[in-house]
Design a protein around this ligand. Structure first.
Ligand SMILES: [Zn+2]
Ligand SMILES: [Zn+2]
Length: 642
């Protein structure tokens, strides 16, 4: 006689074993219809799951992430079913859920093309409309192997054969199609209402390039059409905003095969990069940081001592010199900063000591993981290490958090989420030290009045961290800044200060970065703004154009004057129609377009228009300069247009 406890604490008594579906029905007809799966004592199950004894039960609908996962997973099955109906000799392999969707890998004699995708999607629609029941059954492992061999599904048979023999194999069937699966699944295909196949790509069986090439079909699925359309719109926007494309259009940078994951910055891109550095340098100076620079190449022994070689070695570049010494190219700046701290006797009175560096680091990433400026092998961090006493952890972490949030606001990121990442499996230091470090960082977040979500096991190998996640203009999240409390590295590398009782004490070190990687931050900015960087960041702030060559001399004079006042400005004297010039510079996303014709020259004026096409009328070059100065100084909070 099971007693079912619902999430609100209420209980329902049944005089027979009940299914999740019946429990939902006992609450309401609407909930029964919305039920995609259930959670019984924390375990996700099908709505057909039979509850025989007392249990905590909740009904999973599309309003929660688990429900969405069930939808996506079930849609992957629907895809496989459709492929098998259309191409009976295709073989199924695996079909996991991924971010925003799913994929399924098939073995087939030829690559699928876009017409195939359209046909498969139409078949999926048809099968969903038929509202076929999805049924679960179990089979002993060996029987399941034979079953799939009998169907000619040798990949499935191979997967099942690798499962321990004692385990029961669960299979899910819908219509006349059946697949190996742990489940759970939606109760019937009619629950799948909003999906789309997005693309097809090659993928090796078991991800190994020595194996056969399979056809991977990607798709996305959502609870309803509206959410699907919104997602497809976001996808389209993301493509338009791709920083690699914008980088090409604005001539900012390029990458090439000889230097995988390392950026060739062109003059305009480097201008933006240097603008970021100049901005951060000023903010750090005002916040009491001192800038330093440590070597990029240091003896491997130092990295051995710091623990990097052991815990981070597979991401490090090593080099051997003719004198047989092995050096590592720095993947992090911390050990270098500790050497600077150690040089000379430090008193507790000097703390906090905040050492900052625009440190170029190299990390080996597999070539498949590289992606434009977002994921590279060589990048520059706005890195700082703050040496403090244990008592100063809270106060200093609060100060760093405030600085960080204030800086993000200058870049137009007001929506910042914070994650707390605790001890990872691969780490240095005792549990007792980790307990202290985690408690201190938690206390600091409370003191700063910030709320965080937990990111378990994602801390650095030497300490826990706060991760700051920025939400961009199209709703994507980017993790940028971090604060890490480290009670490990300074001790390992022999750093100490002299306390008020003349004793040697190991300092606590905070690692912190605000942009994180400057390369990546710049990419995020380009995508967030769709390449239309605010004037204070834009590589070119305004272009002056003549209408005929009668204005050339005037345009050159005004350009020269603006340049001398420190603005990033160019003139365009080409013998082209002014409309053509404006279109061209608009495509180059120049914030201000200034035009001078005969009338403007006679009155010592320029006519000003914005990138978005707004006509600001005429004003004297000096007025424009003053207004632009205000815009740049206020980081776009006040605009030339007033
Ligand atoms: Zn499944
Ligand atoms: Zn560090």
């Amino acid at each position: 006689m099971p007693v079912v406890t619902l999430p609100d604490g209420s209980q329902r008594r049944f005089d027979h074993p009940v299914t999740v579906d019946e429990v939902a029905g006992s609450i309401g007809a609407g909930l029964r219809k919305a039920a995609l799966a259930g959670r019984v004592n924390g375990k996700l199950v099908d709505t057909s799951h039979l509850i025989g004894s007392d249990a905590a039960v909740s009904i999973v609908t599309d309003r929660e992430p688990d429900g969405l996962e069930v939808i996506r997973h079930s849609t992957a099955h629907l895809l496989a079913q459709a492929v098998k109906e259309l191409y009976p000799d295709a073989q199924v392999t695996i079909g996991p859920v991924i971010e925003d969707g799913f994929y399924y890998d098939f073995a087939y004699k030829r690559p699928f093309n876009t017409e195939d995708l359209a046909a498969i999607e139409a078949k999926m629609q048809e099968l969903a409309k038929a509202d076929q029941k999805v049924a679960r059954r179990v089979m002993p492992r060996n029987e399941a192997v034979e079953f799939f061999k009998g169907l000619g599904e040798i990949y499935k048979a191979e997967i099942i054969a690798s499962i321990p023999e004692k385990e029961e194999i669960s299979l899910y069937g819908q219509g006349n199609w059946i697949d190996l699966c742990r489940g759970p699944h939606v109760p019937s295909t009619g629950k799948l209402k909003a999906f789309k196949l997005t693309r097809v790509a090659g993928a090796y069986w078991r991800g190994d390039s020595r194996n056969e090439m399979l056809q991977r079909i990607y798709g996305t699925a959502w609870p309803d059409k509206k959410q699907l359309d919104e997602y497809l719109h976001r996808l389209e926007e993301a493509e338009k905003r791709d920083h690699r494309r914008i980088g090409r259009e604005l001539d900012l940078f390029h990458l090439q095969e000889e230097a995988p994951g390392a950026v060739f910055w062109h003059p305009k891109g480097w201008t933006v990069f240097q603008t970021l550095i100049a901005y951060m340098r000023e903010r750090q100076r005002a916040a009491g940081y001192q800038e330093v620079s440590a070597p990029e190449l240091m003896d491997a022994g130092l990295w051995q001592l710091s623990g990097h070689l052991e815990k981070f070695g597979e991401n490090m570049f090593l080099t051997r010199t003719p004198d047989e010494r092995v050096y590592a190219i720095k993947p992090m700046n911390c050990p270098g900063h500790i050497q600077i701290f150690k040089h000379g006797l430090r008193s507790y009175r000097e703390l906090p000591i905040r050492l900052a560096e625009f440190g170029k680091v190299h990390r080996y990433e597999p070539s498949g993981a590289l992606h434009g400026l977002m994921r590279v092998r060589a990048f520059t961090q706005d890195d700082a290490h703050i040496f403090i006493t244990e008592r100063q952890i809270t106060e200093e972490s609060v100060a760093v958090t405030k600085l960080l949030l204030d800086i993000y606001r200058d870049f137009g990121f007001d929506d910042v989420r914070i994650k707390f990442a605790d001890r990872p499996p691969k780490r240095v230091g005792s549990d007792e030290v980790w307990d202290r470090a985690e408690a201190a960082l938690k206390a600091a977040s409370h003191a700063a009045g910030i709320e965080y979500t937990l990111n378990p096991g994602e801390g650095a190998f030497y300490g826990p961290k706060l991760e700051f996640v920025l939400r961009d203009a199209i709703g994507r999240d980017w993790q940028c800044g971090t604060i890490q409390v480290d009670l490990n590295l300074p001790g390992r590398l022999g750093a100490y200060y002299i306390d008020e009782h003349s004793a040697k004490v190991t300092p606590v070190m905070l690692h912190r970065a605000i942009f994180g990687s400057l390369e990546r931050f710049l990419a995020i900015l380009l995508e967030h703004h769709a390449g239309r960087l605010p004037a204070w960041l834009s590589p070119l702030q305004c272009v002056l154009m003549s209408i005929t060559d009668r204005q050339d001399e005037y345009v050159l004079k005004v350009t020269e004057s603006l340049k001398n006042q420190g603005f990033r400005v160019e003139s365009d004297l080409r013998n082209e129609k002014v409309g053509f010039k404006i279109r061209e510079h608009t495509l180059k996303r120049v914030p201000y377009l200034l035009v001078a014709g005969d009338k403007e020259v006679a009155a010592n004026l320029v006519s000003v228009r914005t990138l978005s096409g707004k006509d600001l009328g005429t004003m004297s070059p000096q007025t424009f300069a003053e207004r632009l100065r205000i815009e740049l100084d206020s980081r776009g909070r006040r605009l030339v247009e007033g």
